[in-house]
Design a protein around this ligand. Structure first.
Ligand code: ACO
Length: 428
């Protein structure tokens, strides 16, 4: 097979090199195309554009495959811990025993946040959405750790910034929630693991200790692992492009959090529950909402369905669906919206509209149902996603820096007015 493609344009033949990845994925390198021909490429939403070469995640949307650093998501979800997966994603290898102990110990001992954060928190109205609060507080870390501002500092400094972010995000997230509901802020406890510590800060009060059921911590661990990394999605691309200007890790990740917030991305888990609640309140008729989703004159979309890259089945959704059944069974929770979700899924999977467009339930169709069963409030769902995705953002930022990638700066095809003269106010 040829290692270039030919583009015939204006009587010229332009050779475009073919780039191949380790899983035989092929791409045309068009980086010199403009210089050779005056042409740029256009691809709104970057649906067919590779922005980088990355060694972190392999995803085959047609076959429903997802691997972090070569390891199948199914094996990691079953056998690993979240901090182990985070290490794998960020540093490129499964940690040995000593490495995992050091990593876990470092993160455990950086969970406290500066007391002045309380002043920042108090400045937010109690009805502030926690995604806005956590992204602001993550940016604020730059003020408390100014040494983090220079992303080209030593690998040790970068590692410290990474440890601080991994360690403090659960504290920031739980404090955002406590501030919202007007309860005293609870401090981290170093004798608890990553998920147990977060749940404790969320649900304990000075009046009432909280002891997390292992079923709950296990389910949360699994959810965080499943969300940990997903190659060049909207929020991760945001992190990389912000970081490409040499903005700091905290500034780049905070930008990614804001990209995640939207209902077409990480905000979908909240939107799914709100949709299921609305269907329940409207009599529970799933078919009526399926018809709305298919009606091109109706803006309603079936939230939690469809995915930019999975045109088969989202492998994470398979694992999560089973986890949802397990958790609800073990906790003895019967949730009427789970029945509506199952009915919607069943009908959609048999409906030609969804089948032809290859629209399947995505990771967030069921994650919200588990979060609800764990007692996590709906407006914290996207925050949970952000906690899970953090290693992915960090790993991609680090890889982008280590690759020495240039500043991200797409081009455009201009469709506005041609040059025209300024019109005086009296003539408009
Ligand atoms: N409900 C109804 N129709 C849908 C849905 C849906 N959820 N998703 C896509 N479609 C239809 C579109 O109307 C379009 O139909 P057409 O070809 O007749 O015009 C076709 O399927 C293709 O849809 P696009 O929007 O072009 O697909 P795209 O890849 O741009 O969008 C997206 C993917 C944003 C995820 C979309 O499927 C969606 O909006 N889903 C609902 C929101 C959601 O669940 N987001 C979470 C994604 S997963 C994540 O971020 C973790």
């Amino acid at each position: 097979m040829s290692d270039f493609a030919e583009l015939h344009y204006n009587g010229e033949i332009i050779k475009l090199p073919v780039v191949e990845g380790t899983e035989n994925e092929k791409a045309l390198d068009i980086s010199k195309l403009r210089g050779q021909s005056g042409l740029i490429t256009i691809d709104p939403g970057y649906k067919n554009t590779g922005s980088t070469r990355s060694a972190i995640t392999f995803l085959d949307g047609e076959k429903g495959i997802l691997r972090y650093r070569g390891y199948p998501i199914e094996q990691l979800a079953e056998k690993s811990t979240f901090l182990e997966v985070a290490y794998l994603i960020i540093f490129g290898k499964l940690p040995n025993k000593a490495e995992l102990e050091e990593w876990t110990d470092d993160i455990t001992h950086h969970t406290l946040i500066h007391e002045d954060f309380k002043v920042l928190l108090e400045g937010f109205p109690s009805n502030a959405h926690p995604m806005g609060v956590i992204s602001s507080l993550v940016t604020s870390l730059t003020a408390f750790y100014p040494e983090s501002l220079d992303p080209s500092s030593s690998p040790d400094e970068v590692r410290t910034s990474i440890v601080r972010l991994m360690a403090k995000l659960p504290t920031i997230a739980a404090w955002a929630y406590k501030n919202e509901i007007g309860q005293p802020l609870m401090y981290p406890k170093n004798n608890l693991d990553y998920c147990g510590n977060f749940l404790n800060m969320m649900f304990s009060t000075p009046a009432e200790p909280y002891s997390a059921d292992p079923v709950v911590t296990n389910a949360l661990t699994k959810l965080l692992i499943l969300h940990a990394e997903h190659e060049q999605n909207c929020s991760t691309s945001t992190v990389r492009i912000v970081g490409s200007s040499h903005a700091s890790l905290y500034a780049s990740v905070s930008a990614g959090m804001n990209a995640l917030w939207g209902p077409l991305h990480g905000g979908a888990n909240q939107a799914v529950i709100e949709m299921l609640e609305a269907i329940k309140a409207d009599g529970g008729d799933a078919d009526k909402y399926l018809a709305k989703a298919k009606d091109k004159n109706d803006p309603f979309r079936l939230m939690g369905f469809g995915h930019r890259v999975y045109k088969n089945f989202d492998p994470r959704a398979r694992i999560i669906k089973k986890a949802a059944d397990d958790v609800l069974g073990k906790l003895g929770v019967s949730d009427p919206i789970l029945d509506i979700a199952k009915k919607l899924e069943e009908s959609a999977l048999a409906d030609p509209y969804f089948v032809e467009r290859k629209l399947y339930p995505n990771v967030d169709f069921y994650s919200g149902i588990i979060y609800r069963a764990l007692g996590i409030p709906t407006n914290m769902f996207t925050v949970m996603f952000a906690m899970g995705r953090l290693p992915g953002w960090v790993g991609q930022w680090k890889e982008m820096r280590e690759n020495g990638e240039p500043i991200g700066r797409p081009r455009q095809v201009y469709t506005g007015e041609n040059e025209r003269n300024y019109v005086d106010m009296s003539n408009r």
